[in-house]
Design a protein around this ligand. Structure first.
Ligand code: ATP
Ligand code: MG
Length: 342
């Protein structure tokens, strides 16, 4: 019997189950050699009284399979529920968040048809380190944490990613003119590590003007590395510039474990209607297949997905008032095109 890679799967909340079912059906029809292992996390777990949102047996599965395909999660408002996304990243040491943003013009409407950039966001430190205090009833404080080992790891990851994927330039964003110690260290380490990769061009922008440049001319960027919070904001902007937040997937990489997901949230406003775009999660799954050594299956799915868009088959977020199909219908259209070239 052929080996099937065990993969932990959380269907998630809101549109999660709909887009996960669509994605898993494509994976199955494309011949992905995976053995799904389902875990329940998120809203139902929080509401059952577990404030972490994730039960013990889910951790056990994750630590064993080391590969996680995750649907979006809803964190209930109020009641002191911790963000499961932050908990999972920190507990599993997923230090690099990799988010490719690609335009698919003319098949997806965008003002920036030549965009093809990858944001590499530091995923554990910065203002997400969770060091927040109430000093007095009217004064609160959140501390920004930047470490040399953490920064070296993410910056080196960005350069290695560039080298492996034949990318020509790595850009760094910080605000080191104001935060001279924290962002200053990030920029300094960037310059040091860059010397080990003489074949790759480098540049640095202060985050505010850097973001303005992404909004104006995203085609000028290739790989961009930055601290956690800036990366969060920059990657939503970049995804929207390609046409829809429903398109992009992301990889969260650690030394042992990796998690793959769509960049968007659980979209409660359209949940249960069968109209969500599954493309972000499909892209997450494609990145997962490459990670577990099944790049041919990944390419088969990606080609079929591209062909589907080229044939004008769109979910409602992309259709811009034209004819649109539902989540499953879109997935079936991708499946019909497996084996076809775009
Ligand atoms: P979170 O806090 O979980 O990141 P969010 O507030 O950023 O959530 P999303 O859930 O990402 O919000 O949704 C933002 C908007 O984009 C919503 O109007 C939603 O309907 C739309 N949207 C998100 N994902 C999709 C998708 N896959 N297909 C279609 N529309 C989507
Ligand atoms: Mg969001």
């Amino acid at each position: 019997m052929t080996y099937k890679q065990p993969v932990t799967i959380a269907r998630g909340d809101g549109i999660g189950p709909e887009i996960m079912d669509a994605t898993l059906r494509i994976l199955e029809c494309a011949g992905a050699m995976i053995q799904p292992e389902f875990i329940d996390i998120g809203e139902s777990v929080y509401l059952s009284g577990n404030t972490s949102g994730i039960p013990e047996e889910a951790w056990e599965s994750l630590r064993r399979t080391k590969v996680f395909l995750k649907g979006p999660i809803t964190t209930p408002q109020g009641g002191g529920y911790k963000s499961l996304n932050v908990t999972i990243r920190k507990t599993l040491g997923l230090y690099a968040n990799v988010r490719p943003n690609v335009s698919y013009a003319p098949f997806v409407e965008t003002k920036h048809p030549n965009m093809n950039l990858v944001i590499i966001r530091e995923n554990e430190e910065d203002l997400y380190a969770g060091i927040e205090h109430q000093q007095t009833p009217e004064v609160v404080q959140c501390l920004k944490l930047i470490t040399r080992p953490g920064t070296e790891k993410i910056v080196r990851y960005a350069f290695e990613y560039a080298r492996k994927n034949n990318r020509k330039k790595v850009t760094c964003f910080t605000k080191d003119n104001i935060m001279k110690l924290t962002d200053g260290l990030f920029h300094k380490v960037f310059k040091e590590v860059a010397k080990e990769y003489p074949e790759i061009a480098t540049e640095h922008w202060i985050i505010d003007i850097g973001m303005a440049k992404i909004a104006d001319a995203p085609q000028d960027f290739d790989v961009i590395v930055m601290p956690n919070l800036y990366g969060d904001i920059a990657s939503d902007v970049a995804a929207q510039l390609t046409g829809s937040v429903g398109l992009a997937g992301s990889a969260n990489i650690g030394d042992q474990i990796a998690m793959f997901e769509a960049i968007h949230g659980s979209a409660p406003d359209i949940a249960g209607k069968g109209i969500a775009n599954p493309s972000g999660l499909i892209h997450g799954a494609i990145m997962m297949l490459v990670h577990i050594g099944q790049p041919e299956v990944a390419a088969r799915i990606h080609n079929a997905w591209l062909k589907t868009l080229e044939d004008g088959i769109h979910t409602v977020d992309i259709a811009k008032g034209g004819r649109s199909v539902g989540t499953m219908e879109f997935a079936e259209a991708v499946i019909q095109r497996l084996g076809q070239q775009p």
